[in-house]
Design a protein around this ligand. Sequence first.
Ligand code: FE2
Length: 260
Amino acid sequence: MRVLFIGDIVGRPGQDYVREVLPGLLRARRIDLVIANGENATNGRGINRLACEALYDAGVEIITLGNHTWDQKDTPALLEEDLRIVRPANFPEGTPGRGHTVCRVAGRPFLVINLMGRTFLSQLDCPFREVDRILGEHPDIRHILVDMHAETTSEKLAMGWHLDGRVSAVVGTHTHVPTSDERVLPNGTAYITDVGMVGPRNGILGMDRHRVIRKMRTQMPVKFEVASGARQFCAVEIELDDETGRATGIERIFLCETGE
Ligand code: FE2
């Protein structure tokens, strides 16, 4: 079984690039499931219904989120009614939506879990305890991917090792910068600290660099906007054993346009 996980999709440029490159990748790599982090899909902040539909049309099947979950006003309702989109599971009890979802891939149940780290981010519930709880609820599912949306490398590595042998893959998101540490851990869990992003590559994390620099230099409020120009596409392909759910490989995919 082959799963494609696409890193944080930023704004319209990110959505458009996914639509342009995904059909070719799916054909060439015989992918069975496409999961994407969509928490920056609407103008770099959160995701609305329109952006969700655009990603589904492009071939994305499950969408994960992160710290920008609540930045668009229609997201709470969307999360309540659409089982294909998940927000971090360790948000406080009573939060709209769900932190995990089960879909079917090649006739088998596939569990997708979204978590958020706490270092330099909101002080949510403990992601380690929360993932243990969810896994305890689904003892029979063997094919499991965890999107660990977090700022720090150490928190993501800790989650990878915590879950080694218990899930098929732990992929990091949020920093928008791909890391080159993809590997299968000793007990069969595919791991990468950060998948990277899909969006304008000459901005700063996908946002217009001039505005970001102005804010940093002046410390004045500056409204950020999604950058334009050349784009990049970051994803990982994870290969899983059909029977056991153990990862047998993880490969980084990086595509980009040149020029400004
Ligand atoms: Fe984020």
